[in-house]
Write a protein that binds this ligand. Structure first.
Ligand SMILES: Nc1ncnc2c1ncn2[C@@H]1O[C@H](COP(=O)(O)OP(=O)(O)OP(=O)(O)O)[C@@H](O)[C@H]1O
Length: 435
């Protein structure tokens, strides 16, 4: 293992790289390699999750190590709100938000973490146990675009044993993360109890998983292209699929096709119902299936029709202050906050559209990080059944306001041409307009 390993990523000279360092052996080795690489301008980022008493000292250790390497360091601390749960997933989310925000402020174009081959094995086995979805089994990606940057895992091809050997050979100090020895966590149980036995039985396990994840990513890309081709062939109109031609394909292939098409329509449908949908496709009777997330489908005589139970509202656009729009959900008018004290003022730019969510929507969090709206809804525990119904104000895919969400969760856009407005809602509209 040598700094040459970065060459495969084709970084331009003096690429600014934010290296995520916890102080553990993996990230200390990554830091050492990155600092030795001639083409990289390294900045260290270290986050204190405050989940263990020793985490402060670990962060101080990383800060001191960065100083020894003469590289800048940014530090972050997880200031949990009382509503945040202190679990591993929430801690990881906070850490990645810190990394994204730090990359922005440090003008780094690449963020690196020290995930290695054993992490990959663990991730794939863990996901296999939790979900049968082949897309989940691509595992950790070596190089992906992320928040407008590249998120790179240069050590994914190296085992933990190889990293330890490098640390020993180069006298690299590190701190052991005590939580890794805590078998309360499901992943650690897998790490300490299941994987060692599995590896003993199959000495090539790491190499096989490595190969599997690379090929799996390729297979899924091929599958996407194939699904698009079939979709064009089978789609009669935007909400109708004629399944007759597809029936010449093996049942398992039909299932995959159907699943991926429905996911494109609505990512949150309940896929457990799909075998039943297929079973009833060619029945004479009409069958209705409620797939959740506001979507139901009707199947009959080899045709599938989508019905959105509560149709998404037709988007309406405000181009000026004072404009009033009638919708099936009531009458809305956009007023300047100074004129109206009703409701809380929102900062928007015009034109702004009132609508329900769309694929690609995103919000900007108070810490400046851009987050997918889908992820935001999950974090804020908005029930899946409500997500398609909530009204929001958006420009393109940037969402400024969401019905029922406290505004301090959403920060305004960074532009200066913002207006303070309130959306005035009169629900007492004639319900006959709903049709
Ligand atoms: N406290 C931290 N500060 C900065 N970077 C960290 C910190 N903890 C972990 N990292 C980075 O993330 C990488 C993965 O760490 P770890 O395996 O502990 O993560 P995890 O909690 O399992 O989550 P995930 O694997 O999904 O990132 C580390 O190699 C390191 O680069």
């Amino acid at each position: 293992m040598s700094p040459k390993l970065f060459q495969t990523f084709g970084f331009a000279p003096h690429t600014r790289v934010l290296v995520a360092v916890s102080g553990g052996v993996d990230s200390m080795v990554l830091l050492d390699l990155a600092v030795r690489a001639p083409d990289l301008d390294v900045i260290v980022a270290t986050f204190d999750h405050r989940l263990r008493p020793e985490s402060r000292q670990e962060q101080a250790f990383v800060v001191a190590a960065a100083a020894q390497y003469h590289v800048p360091v940014v530090t972050g601390v997880w200031h949990r709100e009382s509503t945040d749960t202190a679990n591993e997933a929430a801690a990881r989310q906070a850490r990645y938000e810190f990394l994204a925000a730090s990359a922005e402020t440090q003008h780094a174009t690449v963020v690196m973490t020290a995930h290695h081959a054993d992490d990959q094995l663990e991730t794939v086995l863990f996901r296999l146990g939790r979900s049968g979805d082949p897309a989940a089994l691509v595992g950790i990606r070596a190089d992906q675009s992320w928040h407008g940057k590249r998120l790179v895992r240069p050590l994914l091809g190296y085992s933990k044993a190889a990293l330890r050997a490098y640390a020993q050979a180069h006298d690299i100090e590190f701190r052991d993360d005590a939580s890794n020895n805590d078998t309360r966590y499901a992943r650690n149980q897998l790490r300490h109890e299941v994987i060692p036995a599995y590896k003993k039985q199959n000495p090539q396990l790491l190499a096989h998983i490595q190969r599997f994840t690379v090929e799996q990513a390729g297979m899924l890309a091929l599958a996407d292209a194939e699904v698009n081709r079939w979709q064009q062939r089978l789609q009669v109109d935007p909400v109708t699929i004629d399944w007759q031609v597809a029936t010449r394909l093996p049942k398992a292939v039909q299932f995959v096709l159907l699943k991926r098409m429905l996911r494109q329509w609505q990512p949150e449908v309940d896929e457990k119902l799909l075998p039943e949908v297929m079973h009833h496709l060619f029945a004479q009777n009409e069958h209705h299936f409620d797939l959740g997330a506001g979507v139901s489908i009707v199947v009959q005589n080899g045709r599938i029709r989508e019905l959105v139970l509560q149709p998404a509202m037709t988007p309406v656009t405000f181009t000026q202050i004072g404009q009033t729009v009638k919708t099936p959900r009531g009458t809305f008018s956009l007023q300047t906050a100074a004129l109206h004290c009703e409701g809380v003022p929102v900062q928007v730019r015009l034109p702004v559209t009132l609508r329900t969510r769309q694929a690609g929507d995103q919000v900007r969090l108070p810490n400046g990080v851009t987050q997918k709206l889908r992820r935001f809804f999950i974090n804020e525990k908005v029930p899946a059944s409500q997500r398609d119904q909530l009204l929001l104000l958006a420009q393109d895919h940037q969402v400024f306001w969401i019905e029922g969400q406290p505004l301090e969760r959403l920060s305004p856009p960074a532009q200066t041409d913002i207006l303070h407005v309130v959306l005035v809602h009169s629900p007492d509209v004639d319900r006959s307009e709903d049709r």
